[in-house]
Design a protein around this ligand. Structure first.
Ligand code: IDP
Ligand code: MG
Length: 145
């Protein structure tokens, strides 16, 4: 296993539900270490660019509208197999299908308002991290716990 970095986003519903802290705690419990964090209101252009791979999908407009409906928390998570571990922590895209104990099963209300984004491959993680964070905005530190 290799130490990787992956991008996580707490979507607007996660902020509205007041579960930023709970979500970050889950990551820390699972050895996913936040090495960059920023809260931001995305512009329409930023959200469209981020989700460009989905631009032909019927849900694209709603997805972008939702992602700019309020601020989000952007995070880089570091850890062993961080991409897959984050995806496992998130649960399935549709919270109704997400396994109990996953973030989406526990906090998400619908397939649109599904609380978190996570990169879906190591290659995409690099692209998505670079979309939101400069190298100098990413830190590194050791856990002593
Ligand atoms: P993921 O977030 O689990 O990686 P993707 O297929 O990459 O899922 O889709 C991106 C986002 O688009 C999802 O998180 C969800 O909010 C939204 N989405 C995906 N499929 C649907 C759908 O069938 N209807 C409405 N929204 C969808
Ligand atoms: Mg995806």
């Amino acid at each position: 296993m290799a130490i990787e970095r992956t991008l996580s986003i707490i979507k607007p519903d996660g902020l509205q539900s007041g579960v930023i802290g709970k979500i970050i705690s889950r990551f820390e419990e699972k050895q996913l270490k936040p090495v960059a964090i920023r809260m931001q209101q995305l512009s329409k252009t930023e959200a469209e660019g981020f989700y460009a791979v989905h631009k032909e999908r019927p849900f694209f407009k709603d997805l972008v509208a939702f992602m700019i409906s309020g601020p989000v928390v952007l995070m880089v998570l570091e850890g062993e197999s961080a991409m897959q571990k984050n995806r496992d922590t998130m649960g399935a895209t549709d919270p109704k299908k997400a396994e109990k104990g996953t973030l989406r099963a526990d906090f998400a209300k619908s397939i649109d308002a599904n609380t978190v984004h996570g990169s879906d491959s190591v290659e995409n993680a690099k692209i998505e991290i670079a979309y939101f964070f400069r190298g100098t905005e990413q830190t590194g530190y050791e856990w002593k716990r």
